[in-house]
Design a binder for this molecule. Structure first.
Ligand code: ZN
Length: 309
């Protein structure tokens, strides 16, 4: 059983207050392990649905129709020009009318200002808007993120689920990556975009500063299993398009890791001891060096399981 998902903001604040001084990890970018180099270009998933890959950037899903384009995630600000060029060259393309932010990270929200200034719709979970309206600092490497100007913040937020022109979207309250994670499901094409709630390229980043945690990875995968069917194609934030089999494999792997980390925590171990215990050992050959992931995943348990630690 997963612990009950607690009330978020007070809990996170409490955890940050307790843990912020203890987590001076190696200052390198986390979650950037690539299983294989991103192919440059666009992958067609259906007549009107595409994955756009700009090298080094997050996957962007583009849906064309009704004289315009809907995007799930917008890449980083530095990739905005390249992305808009790729969007313009899609068959049936037109102006972007809607942009989803699957969470607040800069790799998802770099197009927001341009879309907001054009008066178009930016949809996100309310928690994502709150993080984008605040300055955030990652305690593990000191990286700072400045709030977005009002015009670049999501202008249509939701709490649970929503529908729009034949697609369905929903919150992932388990908080696998942040506490604003969401999916977008294109039912007709049977394609599910999940942002960084799943990784297709190595170990995921657990951003516990803004609510993500290892129990949420397990709970989130469990939840996504109820959304997909045998033929659903799943587009993660990074890496290739995934299948139901990948989802099941990941679920089993993270459930095992979650249990091991919980045991380490309950026996009074700290993050370095958790890393030394090699709780991901049998997965490392496939997944890559786990140290940063294990450290962050362990720290994330502090925020959720022991808020008074
Ligand atoms: Zn992210």
């Amino acid at each position: 059983m997963l612990p009950q998902h607690p009330t978020r903001r007070e809990l996170i604040r409490a955890a940050l207050g307790g843990a912020a001084g203890l987590v001076l990890g190696a200052p390198r970018v986390f979650g950037a392990v690539q299983a294989k180099p991103d192919a440059t270009g666009t992958e067609r998933l259906a007549d009107n649905l595409f994955v756009i890959r700009i090298p080094g950037e997050t996957n962007v899903v583009a849906h064309t129709g009704n004289g315009g384009v809907l995007l799930v995630d917008g890449g980083s600000a530095r990739a905005a020009d390249a992305l808009m060029k790729a969007v313009a060259s899609l068959p049936g393309s037109g102006p972007v009318h809607t942009l989803f932010n699957t969470h607040w990270h800069p790799e998802q929200t770099g197009l927001n200002e341009q879309i907001g200034k054009a008066g178009k719709t930016i949809i996100a979970h309310e928690n994502t808007r709150l993080w984008l309206a605040a300055d955030v600092t990652w305690p593990w490497n000191g990286q700072r993120f400045t709030r977005l100007p009002k015009i670049a913040q999501p202008n249509k937020t939701f709490y649970t689920t929503g529908k729009l022109d034949g697609l369905e979207y929903g919150y992932i309250p388990d908080a696998p990556h942040t506490d604003g994670d969401m999916y977008v499901y294109f039912r007709q094409q049977n394609v599910l975009a999940v942002g960084d709630a799943m990784s297709g390229a190595g170990w995921p980043a657990v951003d516990w500063t803004t609510g993500g945690w290892i129990g949420g990875i397990v709970g989130g995968l469990q939840r996504l299993l109820t959304v997909v069917n045998d033929d659903t194609r799943i587009v993660p934030g990074r890496g290739p398009v995934l299948t139901l089999a990948d989802l099941k494999t990941q679920y089993e792997m993270y459930a095992a890791i979650y249990e091991r980390l919980s045991k380490l925590l309950n026996s009074g171990r700290g993050p370095s001891e958790a890393v030394a215990a090699q709780p991901t050992k049998e997965f490392d050959a496939k997944m890559g060096n786990p140290d940063e992931f294990v450290r962050r995943a362990f720290e994330s348990l502090w925020a959720y399981v022991t808020p008074d630690a």
